[in-house]
Design a protein around this ligand. Sequence first.
Ligand code: SAH
Ligand code: SF4
Length: 344
Amino acid sequence: MVDIKSLYKEELTEFLCDNGFPKFRGKQVFEWLNKGVKTFAEMRNIPKNLIEFLDSSCYISVANIEKKLVSRYDKTVKYLFRFNDGEFVESVVMNYKHGYSICVSTQVGCKMGCTFCSTGKSGFSRSLTASEILNQIEAAQEDLNIRISNIVLMGMGEPLDNFDNVIRFLKIVSNEEGLNIGMRHITLSTCGIVPKIYELAEYKFGLTLSVSLHAPNNEIRSRTMPVNNKYPVEEVIQACKDYFKATGRRISFEYTMIDSVNDSDENAEELANLLSKMNCHVNLIPVNNVKGTNYHKSKSERQQAFINILAKKGITATVRRTLGSDINASCGQLKRNHLEVKGG
Ligand code: SAH
Ligand code: SF4
């Protein structure tokens, strides 16, 4: 069965033409899919033989809302979505001054096994298709009756470990005839899969690449992020420099601050040296406590001391504001709790 919502308009048209239908039907079916229909029968101006053909050869993927939590503090909404095969992922919608932003998942689970991450702790099930990534946005827009203007690929999973589907998703979501969310409004976060950073650079997308660094050297990074054994810090940083050269887009680095693990003055000095002369921004994120780990947030004095050391060396850093702290507990936790309750 063809995952029809993952096709580009041209591919959909070609598919229908190859099966004996006129070209304009491709445009019509594409428009219906964009309107968010869940079944082919809802496509009102489509003849019966085409509906029958679609029913027998294709499926429309959906993201069903399994659970929804709304923050009492700031109206942040967290969804647990269920796909056609019963797998779950999480998405979070945040309301900023400049509009709504959604954090979407790209995989069910993750293979990378970062020790501080809830998703990394639950193992890997499968990658999402382009339509499943897209459906998280459509379903949230429909449920909240809003238009989302910004997307961050920072939910469950490693986007560059699902490269082809993520590229397909990026092209579909930014298409003028689709949701039309421009690349400038999209951020892709990666744990640093070096060859894929180079491959992404070739597309010259205007998106923001965010790299999860979390440590200033290999010794600390390998302890918390196993991926570092394959792609060490120097290679990640070189890839970031080359990415900037190729695309002209400033890199943003994520640095989770963990008490007594990576937050000393020496760590800040080392980070500043590592990033010196780079056109970049550092997002400091006080670590969210995850069940089964013994990590704690850095104290606020530590956060400030860290920023000051970076600033002295010319590197801009900000502490990320946490939204939805009452429902949050970091991506991956809602699913874990849900499955624990269900005994899964
Ligand atoms: N796999 C990608 C994107 C998803 S994770 C990546 O690692 O970049 C999104 C971000 O959340 C990453 O920067 C990740 O390191 C961070 N993160 C994971 N667990 C966290 C926790 N417990 N507290 C704070 N940030 C966390
Ligand atoms: Fe995967 Fe990102 Fe979590 Fe690491 S932090 S386990 S790469 S989702």
